[in-house]
Design a protein around this ligand. Sequence first.
Ligand code: SF4
Length: 271
Amino acid sequence: MMEKLKYEMLTPGFKCNQNCIHCCKKFSNKLENFSFKQIKNNLRNFNNNNGIAINGGEPSIRDDFLDIIELCKNYKKIILFTNGTGLNEYNIEKLASYKNLNIFISFNSYKEEIYNKIHRGSNSDYKKVVNNFKTLMSYEIKCYCRIIIHKLTKDYILDTFEFIKNINSNILLNLFYAAIIEEDSIWNNITCSFTELKPIIQECYNKFKHHISFLSIPFCINKDIIDLSSFDDYDISHNIKCKKCIYFGKCYGVQKKYLERFGDSELNPIY
Ligand code: SF4
């Protein structure tokens, strides 16, 4: 099982320079960012014996991005979720001084035209992000390539991870099943069932097991990934079947939206 450290969630705001197809619309429709003062006030309620995860919107495009990281420096671990487009040589050099920092960069296809179709930002984003992976590694900053699995990404996952490993073999990989898409028309068009994804998840495990982690994929879909997994607790379901499972509480099950669409026939409690 992945490390048990608890994380405080810090959302500096919702502004983003991309408009990813799988984004939670509930967030992306709100365009405001919180002020630095509001962020500082939020941190007063947090426990810095925990880790802190900074999400968005896109934190790296804020003028006070580095000041926000500085505010978080005393947490056990800082996780920055970013699309990577706001990073540059200047801020990466500064980030290198935070030894507790881990950066998760959302990079959903090695094919530029597919990347652009999914991320829906500027046409220069793809090259910028690829270059930023290289720069981050030159400063030895721990970073992950995160792919959200759905119909548009699933056929490229293995090649994308391979592509990233060719940039630098020390970049880690993260595969995330996100049932967080708010817009039903998009949700219905792009989500896949776990059964459909099983072979890809297995191949990712077989090929990258020493470099990959999995997020929000139920253990009963693939028992191999149990030690490499963590869960997002967004809108989780306490499915009646899961309550009988020895992993209930560690594997949270699946999101309610998933069950509404695909039912619970794929869930097999482990005794
Ligand atoms: S039955 Fe539920 S708790 Fe058990 S592994 Fe499957 S999804 Fe997870």
